[in-house]
Write a protein of this length. Sequence first.
Length: 158
Amino acid sequence: MAEKEKDLQSKGQPKDQKDYYFGGIKEFNLEQIETEVLNESIYLDVFAGSDLRLKTQIRPIEGALSKVMQLGGVHFNWNPETSQAQRSGLESGLIAQEVAAVMPELVRKDQASGMLAVNYTKLTSYLVEAIKDLSTTVLEQEKRIRSLEDILSRQTLK
């Protein structure tokens, strides 16, 4: 048994499970990966380094709900005159220019083509905060409704 396999098994990992390295950042050609995944029917799990120890200057996302409200989810078909032409059928997503206007850190511009791309994974943090904002609003409204119902109830008993 190879030394690495022994080490993995001693950590409770099966020998066929890969050891992962999360300490670096690497840019990937997403179009190539997507083509390979679609053409080879490969199931792909993506994990992003998110350990607290990797981060500095941490602060909450402010105004997430108002930013999310400025985005419009759309259905679309790819322009047949672009590199996405091999993809067919109805798609859903966002318009990168709209995302860039309110969340510029989620959008990248391809240097060669000038096309914009959205990092949908990082959009999740905005959605989490927007849901929390909505939940707070709902809880406040429920409390107010109960208070008003109590007032009405006391008035009808008189």
